[in-house]
Design a binder for this molecule. Sequence first.
Ligand SMILES: C/C=C/C(=O)SCCNC(=O)CCNC(=O)[C@H](O)C(C)(C)COP(=O)(O)OP(=O)(O)OC[C@H]1O[C@@H](n2cnc3c(N)ncnc32)[C@H](O)[C@@H]1OP(=O)(O)O
Length: 257
Amino acid sequence: MSTIVLNVENHIAYLTIQSPPANALSSQIIKDLNELLDQIEENPTVKAIVLHGEGRFFSAGADIKEFTSLQAHSDYEKLAKNGQRVFQRLEDFKIPVIAAIHGAALGGGLELAMACHMRVVAENAKIGLPELNLGIIPGFAGTQRLPRYVGPAKAYEMILTGEPISGEEAVAFGLANQAVHEEKVLEAATQLAVKIAAKSRPTINQVMELVNYSRSDKFLKGVEAEAQAFGKVFGTEDAKEGVQAFIEKRKPKFIDK
Ligand SMILES: C/C=C/C(=O)SCCNC(=O)CCNC(=O)[C@H](O)C(C)(C)COP(=O)(O)OP(=O)(O)OC[C@H]1O[C@@H](n2cnc3c(N)ncnc32)[C@H](O)[C@@H]1OP(=O)(O)O
């Protein structure tokens, strides 16, 4: 069964993605995340959140196998909008969220991590937006958040080549706060959360509200355009080919249509 588990300890809420083998973000996981945010919101003791994944990866992205169950452009657009809405809620949260990333944060996995406020990564983690390898485009606001962190030149390179960067590179480009050995990721994220949890909750809440104003006005427009484009791109032959090639574990043959 795929899910996310919530565990609150010493003012820190741990959200653990448990969806083997890749912690792929199915619609169910995104729904579960939204419900757990309701629970955290109702808990006045929580002052910091650590989001991590059980098993080999933080998350390898949206559930590619679930894509094959959808048909209409509007279904894919809805899938993108739903993920964007929950990730936006996370970014707007009044409690800081630290993503603890090991293994891989790819596609929707990185988009989820980018909606968090801080990222602690494994030095050897694979971090990227590989959607174009599937003949599709990012759909959970990756085209809007990645340039914000790494600047447009690196964002173009990462999205257009689909190639991941390492945790160490992610720190160098401003995408992550610190890179540590993969076995120390959760511990390092917890240490950061403990420092935050020592502060007064009203001051934490105020900072979360204020830093959000630094976002560009065009961000939400860009996010909406991305969801529409995500739906449209699924109408191409190349999207069908890319998704099928992933499932069949072979290289896609794109025909530019
Ligand atoms: C709006 C958002 C859109 C998106 O997010 S689109 C998805 C973007 N993400 C990706 O394209 C990443 C795809 N996955 C990979 O590149 C690789 O996988 C990894 C680098 C994460 C790991 O590679 P390796 O160590 O060689 O393992 P493995 O055999 O490829 O994967 C292990 C199992 O995990 C499943 N899996 C991996 N990623 C996904 C996914 N995103 N959705 C559904 N399943 C996934 C595989 O199929 C396989 O499963 P089995 O063991 O049954 O063959």
